[in-house]
Design a protein around this ligand. Structure first.
Ligand SMILES: [Zn+2]
Length: 411
């Protein structure tokens, strides 16, 4: 293993030993105290390797500056990775296992539990012949999402700080809280951070770049009925239970999460409660294209109009709430982040794919707050479960791409 990969690996092992599982049911920020302790550990390491202006704020966000090595004009670039791991699977007592110089074929994670990475559950492993692969031991997730991102950024920082001959402008780093719960990044002080553009290092597959995401609304349908004794209900009763079922069943089957992929949007009816007095249906609308997104909402409104006509005795109301919007359009008007990224990928011979995330990203929220932030792959696969794995060779490629971005940004 080469020096950079060894450093990334050593850090990954150290970082995943901290249990920083976030808690989607917590209403405090950060959702778990462990993230604050981890933040202070990272801050100490940042100071030790020479990062300047290191700060941990009241929420646990850690920030710092890699000072420029040239007086030439250069934008301030931000690099982000998140500290928490998802609560979907055990994140306690993680013991990474290194599989050096992977030679192809099934890769055993845990013999006793018969847990093996195969072509079916890890199709991209076949691209990693000769790579140094890291997995968990079959009892936990690995936590490379996103501690590999942190390890890459920290190793790059150390590399830049010990290589003054590499000319670059100001590079700011930020380690963030509660990405997995989706509740952290709104507390991040984008203005104070004062970067011109940034990248989250938090994607999977080598070469995948998320430069867009869904437009997202949630909605609540409220149906108020007319109740009476069922024996004398003819011509009078309006039953919210049946009306809710009718509305849900009438939505086109081709526009559901289970029937769409890539850039097609959907409506998900995700919760239903109620009785003969009233019923409530909760759902979400997702679509990449803003015009089509509005049409989805209009289609739902039209469907509700039809049901109002069908059930005149019932009251049917709907309320939409904005969740987030697609960053694609902003990244197009402020193209520097994507231009530098694509140039660096080409320079480092990484074949890449521009994708639209089928979800939101922390970067999308920051983009809307004025900091254009596409998402770069970190080099892990199968996150959020025991089959998570990562390639240290991929991680090293990410580091090289980021270094090129920093160098090429100097005019
Ligand atoms: Zn992540």
């Amino acid at each position: 293993m080469n020096d950079l990969q060894q450093k990334i690996y050593n850090r990954l092992v150290r970082y995943v030993a901290f249990d920083t599982t976030s808690d989607p049911n917590s209403s405090v920020t950060p959702t778990t105290d462990s993230q604050i302790s981890f933040a202070h550990q990272l801050a100490a390491e940042m100071k030790k390797i020479g990062i300047k202006d290191v700060e941990v704020d009241e929420y646990g966000f850690v920030t710092g500056l890699i000072p420029p090595t040239t007086d030439k004009k250069a934008p301030t670039i931000g690099l982000f990775a998140h500290m928490d791991t998802v609560s979907d699977y055990n994140g306690h007592n993680i013991r990474p296992v290194l599989h050096e110089n992977y030679q192809g074929g099934p890769l055993v994670i845990n013999q006793a539990k018969n847990m093996v990475l195969t072509e079916q559950n890890a199709p991209r492993l076949a691209k990693c012949i000769g790579d140094n692969i890291v997995t968990a031991d079959g009892n936990t997730l690995l936590g490379a999402d996103d501690k590999l991102g942190i390890a890459i950024i920290m190793t790059l920082a150390e590399h830049l700080l010990t290589s003054p001959q590499i000319l670059h402008g100001p590079v700011k780093v930020a380690f963030t809280i509660d990405e997995e719960t989706g509740t952290g990044i709104s507390y991040f002080d984008v203005k104070k951070f004062a970067a011109d553009f940034a990248y989250t290092i938090d994607g999977a597959n080598l070469g995948d770049i998320d430069c867009g995401n869904f437009n997202a609304d949630s909605f609540v349908l409220r149906i108020t009925g007319k109740s009476c004794h069922p024996g004398s209900a003819k011509g009078f009763m309006a039953n919210p239970v049946r009306i809710a079922a009718d509305i849900i069943a009438s939505w086109p089957e081709t526009k559901l999460p289970e029937t769409t992929d890539e850039e097609d949007g959907f409506i998900l009816f995700k919760d239903i409660t109620g009785g003969l007095e009233k019923a409530e249906v909760q759902g979400i609308v997702r679509e990449h294209d803003l015009t089509k997104f509005s049409q989805f909402k209009q289609d739902l409104l039209d469907l509700l109009d039809a049901k109002r006509a069908k059930y005149p005795a019932a009251k049917i109301e709907v309320e939409f709430k904005e969740q987030y919007r697609n960053m694609r359009d902003i990244l197009r008007t402020r193209p520097q982040a994507m231009e530098l990224l694509q140039g660096a990928l080409q320079e480092n011979n990484v074949s890449y794919r521009l994708t639209q995330a089928r979800g939101g990203t922390d970067g999308a929220q920051m983009t809307f707050k004025g900091l254009p932030t596409p998402n770069i792959f970190a080099g892990y696969e199968n996150p959020h479960g025991p089959y998570e794995w990562c390639s240290l060779n991929w991680a090293e490629r990410v580091l090289q791409v980021l270094r090129s971005i920093a160098q090429n940004a100097v005019k």
